[in-house]
Design a protein around this ligand. Structure first.
Ligand code: C2E
Ligand code: MG
Ligand code: MG
Ligand code: MG
Length: 275
């Protein structure tokens, strides 16, 4: 009967919820251990200047080598780290480690810029700005080699506070990129009000660029708007030559994606720079 169906679907649903909660708790304690035992590693994905084909920058992407499980994707653990606040500690480790990679690159005379992702809970943490300042100053790295990636979602909450945060970062010389651009719901007026340097066109527009008129219109519009506002543009998720060629036709300046390289371990990234 209908009543029975409802009852069994409720039971099914609550079992699912319980599984989810258990999974989350398991992940949370494993993440705490991962911080203590330093099981995280930074991978680097090249960003190329499309016209010259040269690697000019790299995005820092966190990896967790979970004992007995293997590499866990950040898409799986970042949301839990966000919900539990663990992202604040993890994020500081990422920044410190990224700065030490920058120091190492510079020792090899490889003047590559690194961009680090920041999620909303990290930006809400009042200690973050000072932490970044101190880390930069003690490393003696030129801050213009560090870029921070924020999604539009970060900008909707407490605009004044975010604005102050970004202005201070810019004063240090750090550049700011808007990640997954085109998928947020915020008004575009922030692009003039905030010190933003880069727009990263969301992968979803690139994955379905070929043969999709509306995605082509959106990508061209973003590139055109960025040019008028003197912002730089990176297309993310470029996987095919056809996508690359079309982006070249649109005069997109920078590209990132599996066509050029997957995210690499630091050693492999350095080897690629030397080829
Ligand atoms: P994101 O910042 O938008 O990073 C791009 C994601 O797309 C990365 O996934 C990258 O490996 C993947 N990708 C790059 N090129 C291609 C391509 O051509 N095709 C496809 N299918 N995928 C491509 P990843 O490394 O799994 O990271 C997922 C998300 O996790 C990131 O999205 C970012 O939001 C978050 N994340 C990663 N590292 C960190 C971190 O250190 N801190 C914070 N707060 N978030 C991070
Ligand atoms: Mg990113
Ligand atoms: Mg992105
Ligand atoms: Mg993303």
């Amino acid at each position: 009967s209908a009543k029975q169906n409802i009852k069994s679907s409720i039971q099914f649903y609550s079992t699912d919820l319980k599984d989810d909660a258990l999974k989350r708790m398991d992940l949370e304690s494993a993440l705490r251990e991962a911080i203590e035992k330093e099981q995280f590693e930074l991978y680097l994905q090249p960003i190329l200047d499309l016209a010259s084909g040269r690697i000019v920058q790299a995005e820092v992407l966190l990896r967790w080598d979970r004992p007995g499980v293997g590499m866990v994707s950040p898409a799986e653990f970042i949301p839990v780290a966000e919900q539990t606040g663990l992202i604040v500690t993890i994020g500081k480790w990422v920044i410190k480690e990224a700065i030490s990679l920058l120091m190492d690159l510079h020792r090899q005379h490889k003047y590559i810029k690194l961009s680090v992702n920041l999620s909303p809970a990290q930006v809400s943490d009042n200690g973050l700005l000072n932490f970044i300042k101190k880390s930069i100053v003690s490393s003696e790295i030129d801050a213009s080699y560090l870029e921070l990636e924020l999604t539009e979602g970060v900008l909707v909450n407490d605009f004044d506070r975010i604005s102050e945060f970004l202005v201070e970062l810019r004063a240090l010389g750090i550049t700011i990129a808007i990640d997954d651009f085109g998928t947020g719901y915020s008004s575009l007026s922030y692009l003039q009000k905030l010190p933003i340097d880069f727009l990263k066109i969301d992968q979803s527009f690139i994955f379905e660029l070929i043969g999709n008129d509306s995605n082509q219109a959106i990508v061209q519009a973003i590139i055109g708007m960025a040019k008028s506002l003197k912002l730089k543009v990176i297309a993310e998720g470029v996987e095919t030559e056809a996508q690359r060629d079309l982006l070249k036709e649109y005069c997109c300046q920078f590209v990132q994606g599996y066509l050029f390289s997957k995210p690499l371990e630091y050693k492999a990234f350095c080897a690629l720079l030397n080829t």
